[in-house]
Design a protein around this ligand. Structure first.
Ligand SMILES: *Cc1c(COP(=O)(O)O)cnc(C)c1O
Length: 332
């Protein structure tokens, strides 16, 4: 039985062309700052987002821990949406590693809610309340079904935070999908955040790699903290080369993933117009059993809650794969 894997866009395997680019990468010891391919990737990504500097990290979770930790000190808090990756899917790292607490607002599509933020925001009132140091947003929002945060909302958030002396952290693991879906320049997203974390190993199809993006002084501090966490990597240009290749070849094609996601949503009885990017979530009272039924048909999908099923399209899903999956889902 052929198996189609729609559990996540992290399951992609490097293409032959990507492997060739990795094989010919020029490398050096990056802990000494001597890997030219890593430097090229860091400079390129910083420039794409209109920031001064960037730092290559092994995972998006490490990029988020570093990025949030740059703008929130131990004993301070970050505000985020209730289903944010930093709150749900990083195993408490921001508390366990950085001593940071979180409070959340809830939005069915993971959106910014300035009225809720106005209620939540805690200025530094002396030794009584945890002061809010930053607000974190996720674009696209993973557990809100790949929802895009409109640029105008991010700009309003940036102004709201600036008025209160707080920083904005953008978890841009899938910012590329938001960029392709809306045509918004990456630099416009970059201008809405003090620090960003972006991933190369989701829709872009690199095997490994994320970056922290921000001002030079903060990124220099992140470099020290990355080493402290055990994330100083040596001839890692081999992996950075995969990222550079992905930026050259795998950004525009994300539009195909978005088309495939709409096709799958339609087959599941969800509204394709509600699918903004490459993630389809829909509610089933029997989500876990549904996932098992799909597995028996050679379709790997995931449950992201007791009643929520998630499908993710990616580089290794062809049009024909999506059509075959749609048939199975419609039948189930
Ligand atoms: C995948 C993801 C990350 C990072 O995950 P890693 O598996 O640690 O690379 C961060 N934020 C969001 C929204 C994600 O989907």
């Amino acid at each position: 039985m052929t198996v189609l894997d729609l559990r996540s866009d992290t399951v992609t395997r490097p293409t032959e062309a990507m492997r060739a680019a990795m094989a010919r990468a020029e490398v050096g010891d990056d802990v000494y700052g001597e890997d030219p391919t890593v430097r090229a990737l860091e400079e390129r990504v910083a420039a794409l987002f209109g920031h001064e500097a960037a730092l290559f990290t092994p995972t998006g979770s490490m990029a988020n821990v570093l990025a949030v930790g740059l703008v929130v000190a131990p004993g301070q808090e970050v505000l985020c949406e209730a289903r944010a990756h930093i709150a749900r899917a990083e195993l408490g790292a921001h508390a366990a590693v950085s001593g940071i607490t979180m409070r959340t607002w809830s939005h069915p599509r993971g959106q910014v809610d300035l009225a809720a933020l106005d209620d939540l925001f805690a200025p530094d009132l002396g030794p009584f309340f945890v002061p809010t140091a930053a607000i974190s947003v996720e674009n696209t929002h993973n557990f809100a079904g790949g929802a895009v945060l409109p640029l105008a909302d991010l700009q309003a958030l940036r102004a709201f935070a600036a008025e209160r002396g707080a920083a904005v952290h953008l978890d841009g693991a899938r910012i590329w999908n938001a960029h392709v879906a809306t045509g918004t320049p990456l630099a416009a997203y970059g201008a809405c955040a003090d620090v960003l974390a972006v991933c190369l190993s989701k829709g872009l199809g690199a095997p490994v790699g994320s970056l922290v993006v921000g001002p030079a002084d903060l990124v220099a501090e992140a470099r020290i903290r990355r080493k402290r966490l055990g994330g100083g990597m040596r001839q890692v240009g081999i992996l950075a080369a995969a990222g550079l290749h992905a930026l050259d070849h795998h950004v525009d094609r994300l539009a195909d993933d978005h088309d495939h996601a709409r096709l799958l949503a339609d087959a599941c009885g969800a509204d394709p117009a509600g699918v903004a990017t490459n993630i389809v979530t829909f509610d089933r009272p029997d989500a876990v059993a549904f996932v098992e039924k799909a597995r028996a048909e050679g379709l790997l999908i995931g449950a992201v809650g007791p009643r929520t099923v998630r499908l993710v399209t990616h580089l290794d899903v062809t049009r024909a794969d999506a059509e075959a999956a749609a048939k199975v889902l419609a039948r189930l």
